[in-house]
Ligand binder design. Structure first.
Ligand code: NAP
Length: 243
């Protein structure tokens, strides 16, 4: 069975990506999330309402032991399932001006957004390499390209993710595995719900925040056969704010 693993798929962009991958590519979806069981189950119901199948894989992406125990174990016990698409989407923000960024806030943001990509990709890539087929899509951010004041930790994590995307893409291209990053600007989700959209949208040439579904269409294209010759790219999706 062909599968897609989407980290942070219980809400927001990850949920929209999971649903789009079902609609476009009919993949069995592994819904990863950290703690919100109700939201993850809702994603599963939405996938099923779209004629797809899914299961929940609850683990914290930054925790190497948990990733091994839950994802590694799932891979070992499902030899007939192939994760062909991995979307490293889980991410958090802990914004503050640099002098007030605590070590814990630094470590959490880097841990989830950057080390999480390492942990999860390590678990999945061996089988991709053996089967000579795979798509890895990393959810970066405008912050990782431009650098955003008040987000040194998040900019560092996303910038690191972009550099890792470029490096890994060159390692695995011969095996028909593409590795790309998507860099959204302001997207309406729980992550941005506290922001003043009416004020911030003035910075965006398109004069609005993007929708998770708009990001999901881009990810789904990168995951498709049509995108076979695109690798090592960082694709902006930001309403013209930066590019
Ligand atoms: P969101 O609505 O806050 O959702 C975050 C998702 O990540 C949830 O499914 C959450 O699971 C999961 N998650 C959090 N910590 C996790 C962990 N330790 N392990 C596994 N999963 C974890 O965020 P979003 O706006 O959809 O953002 C998704 C991605 O896009 C992030 O990487 C973010 O940095 C990036 N991004 C977002 C924007 C934006 O404007 N929204 C812009 C640029 C980039 P639970 O439900 O269990 O908490």
């Amino acid at each position: 069975m062909k599968c897609a693993l989407v980290t942070g798929a219980s809400r927001g962009i990850g949920r929209a990506v999971a649903i789009q991958l079902v609609k476009d590519l009919q993949l069995h979806i592994l819904i990863n999330y950290a703690s919100n069981d109700a939201a993850a189950l809702e994603t599963k119901s939405l996938i099923e309402a779209n004629g797809g199948t899914a299961e929940l894989l609850k683990f914290k992406v930054e925790n190497a032991e948990e990733v091994k125990n839950v994802l590694g174990e799932w891979i070992n016990t499902h030899p007939d399932h192939q994760i062909e698409v991995l979307v490293n989407n889980a991410g958090i923000t802990k914004d503050n001006l640099f002098p007030w960024v605590t070590e814990s806030d630094w470590d959490q943001v880097i841990g989830i957004s950057l080390k999480g990509m390492y942990n999860v990709t390590q678990a999945v890539i061996q089988k991709m390499l053996r089967s000579r087929k795979g798509r890895i899509i990393n959810m970066a951010s405008l912050s990782g390209l431009k650098g955003v004041p008040g987000q040194t930790n998040y900019s560092a994590a996303k910038g690191g993710m972009i550099a890792a995307t470029k490096a890994l893409s060159q390692e695995v291209a011969k095996r028909n595995i593409t590795v790309n990053a998507v860099a959204p600007g302001f997207i309406a989700s729980d992550m941005t719900s506290e922001l003043d959209e009416s004020e911030l949208k003035k910075m965006v040439p398109a004069n609005r925040f993007g929708q998770p579904e708009e990001v999901a269409h881009l990810v789904s294209f990168l995951a498709s056969e049509k995108a076979a010759y695109i690798t090592g790219e960082v694709i902006n999706i930001n309403g013209g704010i930066y590019g």
